[in-house]
Design a protein around this ligand. Structure first.
Ligand SMILES: Nc1ncnc2c1ncn2[C@@H]1O[C@H](COP(=O)(O)OP(=O)(O)OP(=O)(O)O)[C@@H](O)[C@H]1O
Length: 772
């Protein structure tokens, strides 16, 4: 172990190197550290201030740089400025991708090929090199391409080509009929056909090539247990991301377009307590190039943006999962799972200048990482005596829910902590290191069977009276035969003993009595504790189930509400469209007719104005003429006739205008009616939301009342205990019926015999009866 440098060093994070850890290093989670090199910009920005010093391949020292919050705190005496951390192995800036793979994942890879489950996740602040480690570039492939390459190297020549056995739920497989196989094949073909088409990458280019376009063979060899016989292997893969606590399938052709809304997938329970992503697309992969294409395809759909710190920052946790099926004929003999999880970067919002949507993302990312931290912390605490059985909040986030099984012993998990050496991100880096220090102490907890939760019957020597779930008769007999000794003593003739001997006998019996009482008390306490633990476990489980049910109910209600709302919206739209169309049909006037009519009106108007002016002229002329000569009756009659006709036409025009006005009014009325209907639907929706809230409140009340019942039962327990104590006080004082046959010693013994013992005797006698 490295020597200590200063008095204010924080020693809390140094755990012994793994070979010294109790219980061997088999069970502890491996935590590796990878320090990335400085970029040119970082060097020119004076980021190199020696804040990370790699002492040896297991120990690193962090020295707070100037301006960091940690240094300020240490100057005030609140914190220390030097921290030391130990890791399973530390990889410096010069480490190649191949070296990293060989010393981290390779052993897990062998386990995967041998049928074990594996999980690798990369953790660190944004821009620390997580994606580079998991995926790498086309020139420097990361862990994932190497894992794929190793898998194909292992199974090539032994590939199961029928696609008729497919992973199902979390740990199962199912058979596909010919039609389903056909569908499977065409779905796969559709994905590969859409690959490389005009879909624009959602991920902005960072200048360099961040994604491996093809997976080059990295030629590896494995010391796996030989898979003899005629076994074949089928490989199925899935690629999804958790973004803002929603799960999205990354292998969906329609997602290439930004305009299309992505459908979120649900995380469900398979009935055996294992979480799985419902409706996730699993693709049967036959070659390395197919795998590479899929990876590239999924990467295009991944939620990533350019932030202030990283040109191509992953805003989601992306998970690439492989399921390897070992086939015996067309039957799946076993299935192993390998998941590689590239976590989104943990970050402080002020440093990354996050606002709006980015701020929401950062909040979700930090929250899910916080829950991952909580789970890891709870797992660590459960290993210590004091806090055993603390609830592990796996279900609080989708990420931890999905990997609960691996943390609970159904596979091997390891974490690669990525970090840069930049002075400006020192405080975040220190936070990450503290997180990983906790993770390193985690021992993967063994798979707990129900039997271990059941009440445990033990004999006085502490040996269990239960073996393989049934009472061990031999252990029970020997337990009961201990009482037999006392019975023999009882039969001795007390009158033959002297007073001193009698007093000695009384003393020894008192000692035996006390020992017996202590033993009984201990047994009772143990039974109570076990029952309490089992009850607590049951309550926790049922509470978990309940909250899960509520969550599912909430989701399904929300889904139903959304569907109903959409339905109403569509119906209204359709109704509005239909009525508009029917109105249009009723009032439809062809354009030609309309223009002709309009022209007629205009011509008539012109005529009208002409006639009006002519009339005025005529009137003047007539008045003049009446003064000078006889009026022309013919001309007057013609003028009147024209005037009448023009009035008629004018009133017809006015009538038409009136009709049009009426039509406009009726349309406006309809519009108001439709708005009212829309309002009613909206009110209905709001009412349903209120009902949903009420339902939630009721459920919470029910949960509270359940908690009340639990606390009541605990109080009852206390009452029972106090009553027992009182009973115990009262027992010696109660009158003892004289038993002349057994003598003085027997009487004393009977007076002090505990109920437990009486029961034991009765038990024994009852057991003996049938034998007679
Ligand atoms: N070991 C390394 N060697 C060389 N370059 C590296 C190394 N690690 C990371 N880089 C470079 O650093 C930059 C940031 O890396 P990367 O995108 O992997 O960070 P990240 O942790 O995934 O960030 P985010 O969480 O924001 O997605 C990239 O340009 C990458 O090529």
């Amino acid at each position: 172990m490295a020597t200590m440098q200063s008095g204010d060093m924080d020693l809390a994070f140094i755990s012994p190197p793994e070979e010294e850890t109790a219980g061997g290093d088999q069970q502890t989670m491996k935590v590796y550290l990878r320090v990335r090199p400085f970029s040119k910009e970082e060097i020119s920005d004076n980021e190199d201030q020696d804040c990370i010093v790699i002492e040896n391949d297991q120990m690193v020292t962090l020295q707070a740089p100037k301006g960091s919050a940690t240094l300020k705190c240490s100057e005030k005496g609140i914190a220390t400025s030097v921290h030391k951390f130990s890791f399973s192995r530390i990889f410096g800036a010069e480490t190649t991708q191949a070296e990293l793979y060989d010393h981290t994942v390779k052993s897990q890879m062998s386990d995967f090929l041998d049928g074990e489950n594996s999980l690798i996740f990369s953790y660190g602040v944004t821009n620390a090199g997580k994606t580079f480690t998991i995926q790498g570039t086309s020139k420097e492939p990361g862990i994932l391409p190497r894992v794929l390459d190793a898998t194909f190297e292992y199974i090539t020549g032994r590939q199961y080509e029928g696609m008729d056995v497919k992973p199902y739920l979390r740990n199962d497989t199912r058979y596909l009929d010919a039609e389903q196989v056909k569908q499977e094949k065409s779905a796969k073909a559709a994905i590969f056909a859409s690959f490389g088409e005009e879909c624009e990458p959602l991920r902005p280019s960072s200048g360099s090539d961040p994604l491996p376009c093809s997976i080059a063979s990295t030629s590896q060899s494995f010391d796996c247990q030989s898979e003899g016989g005629s076994s074949q292997f089928a490989l199925w893969v899935a690629f999804f991301e958790i973004y803002n606590e929603y799960v999205y399938d990354l292998i969906q052709p329609s997602f290439c377009s930004k305009s299309k809304k992505r459908a979120a997938l649900r995380v469900c329970d398979d009935g055996a307590g294992n979480a799985y992503v419902k409706d996730l697309r699993w693709i049967n992969i036959q070659s390395l190039s197919e795998a590479g294409k899929l990876l590239q395809f999924g990467n295009k759909n991944r939620s990533a943006v350019a932030t202030k710190m990283n040109q191509s920052s992953s805003r989601s946790h992306s998970i690439f999962t492989m399921k390897l099926l070992k086939m015996d004929g067309n039957k799946a003999q076993r299935m192993s799972e390998f998941s590689l999880c590239d976590l989104a970067g943990s970050e402080r919002c002020n440093k990354t200048k996050t606002f709006g949507e980015r701020l929401k993302e950062a909040g979700n990312i930090n929250n899910s990482l916080l829950i991952l931290g909580k789970c890891i912390n709870a797992l660590r605490n459960n290993q210590t005596e004091k806090m055993k059985s603390a609830c592990i909040p796996f279900r609080e986030s989708k990420l931890t829910k999905l990997f609960q099984a691996v943390f609970c012993g159904k596979g091997r998990a390891s974490m690669i902590v990525n970090t840069s050496q930049c002075a400006s991100t020192y405080d975040e880096t220190l936070h990450v290191m503290k997180f990983s220090a906790v993770a390193k102490q985690v021992q993967v907890i063994p798979d707990k069977s129900l039997e271990s939760l059941s009440m445990c019957l033990v004999g006085p020597n502490g040996k269990s009276l239960v073996r393989n779930g049934v009472i061990d008769r031999q252990a029970l007999e020997s337990f009961l035969s201990e009482d037999e000794l006392l019975n023999e003593e009882d039969d001795a003739d007390m009158s033959l003993l002297t007073q001193n001997e009698l007093l000695d006998t009384i003393e020894s019996l008192r000692t035996k009595l006390l020992a017996e009482r202590r033993r009984n008390l201990e047994q009772e306490m143990e039974i109570r504790k076990e029952m309490g633990d089992a009850m607590l476990q049951q309550i926790m489980e049922s509470e978990e189930l309940r909250s899960q049910q509520i969550e599912e109910l909430k989701e399904s209600y929300q889904e139903k509400m959304e569907n109903t709302f959409e339905m109403y919206k569509d119906a209204i739209k359709e109704h509005a469209y239909k009525s508009a169309m029917s109105n249009l049909e009723d009032d439809f006037v062809p354009l030609d007719e309309f223009t002709a009519e309009q022209e007629k009106v205009e011509a008539l108007e012109r005529q009208l104005s002409q006639l009006a002016s002519q009339t005025r002229v005529c009137t003047v002329a007539t008045v003049d003429a009446s003064c000078q000569c006889q009026p022309s009756t013919d001309f007057e009659a013609a003028g009147e006739e024209r005037l009448k006709r023009l009035y008629k036409e004018k009133s017809a025009m006015e009538q038409m205008c009136e009709d049009k006005q009426q039509l406009i009014l009726s349309l406006e009325r309809r519009l108001i009616e439709l708005s009212k209907t829309l309002q009613t639907v909206r009110d209905g929706f709001l009412e349903k939301s209120v009902e949903l809230k009420d339902l939630q409140v009721k459920t919470q009340e029910q949960m509270k009342s359940m908690q009340g019942i639990v606390s009541q039962s605990l109080e009852k327990d206390k009452e029972i205990a106090s009553l027992k104590a009182e009973l115990a006080k009262l027992t010696p004082k109660s009158p003892v019926p004289a038993k002349t046959k057994k003598g003085f010693l027997a009487n004393i013994k009977e007076a002090v015999t505990s109920p437990h013992k009486t029961r034991s005797r009765t038990l024994r006698k009852a057991a003996e009866t049938p034998r007679r």
